[in-house]
Ligand binder design. Structure first.
Ligand code: ZN
Length: 220
């Protein structure tokens, strides 16, 4: 059993892909990489893989255009009202930036954010960090140890205004050429998807038999 003390297959996994095709900025300095498109691809794969493994996952935003944060939080909270907030979780997928798209920078790394204070979100973040260590060997994990755990803490709207466990991940940097090469490679995309799928499932179903690699092996 898990901390929810219920069937993990009844827990609603919501994947948010942040931003839309009309969001200004949010691209690499050369304009080639668009965060909204990459986020959407990764979010779609995480949902498909969790579903194939038998869990109840869905995209929070199916639209291509930007759905404002208030509306996204409202969608999450409607699920919480319907199913109970302990039966819902939300992970928001993003790519970090060191600047505002003006030039290339050298900052790299993966990080996950929760809102301030200790909640079940911190347990979800712990599971994601543990999987990030396995899936991103040799790459930097950005952590903040002030409150005893690894995750970074920031009162982002999607974390603060949602009532269930919620984590926002920043998957490398869109204004670092090395980061971009990694997250745009097949190997990089697979690692990012794998760490989210296994991290989420570690949280809701720690004694499960199968994970992301089983799915990949089965598909080959
Ligand atoms: Zn973003």
């Amino acid at each position: 059993m898990n901390i929810f003390n219920k069937d993990p297959r009844q827990i609603k996994i919501l994947i948010d892909n942040g931003h839309g095709c009309n969001t200004p900025g949010k691209r690499s300095p050369d304009g080639r990489f668009r965060e909204y498109a990459w986020n959407r691809y990764i979010a779609k794969c995480i949902v498909a893989d969790c579903t194939d493994l038998g869990y109840d996952a869905e995209l929070l935003v199916t639209e291509e255009y930007d759905v404002c944060l208030t509306a996204r939080c409202h969608r999450v909270n409607s699920w919480c009202e319907r199913l109970g907030k302990r039966n819902v979780l939300c992970v928001s997928i993003h790519v970090n930036a060191a600047g505002n798209g003006d030039r290339w920078y050298s900052a790299t790394g993966w990080s996950a954010y929760t809102c301030k204070g200790q909640t079940t979100s911190d347990k979800l973040a712990d599971c994601l960090y543990r999987q990030a260590e396995l899936w991103l060997p040799g790459r930097r994990l950005r952590t903040e140890r002030t409150d005893g755990d690894q995750d970074m803490e920031e009162n982002f709207t999607i974390l603060k205004k949602t009532s269930c466990a919620a984590v926002l991940t920043e998957n490398e940097f869109m204004d670092c050429e090395e980061s971009l090469r990694f997250i745009e490679s097949e190997e990089g995309k697979e690692a990012i998807i794998g760490l989210h799928v296994d991290g989420i499932l570690d949280f809701i179903d720690p004694t499960r038999q199968f994970g992301y690699m089983d799915l990949k092996t089965h598909r080959r």
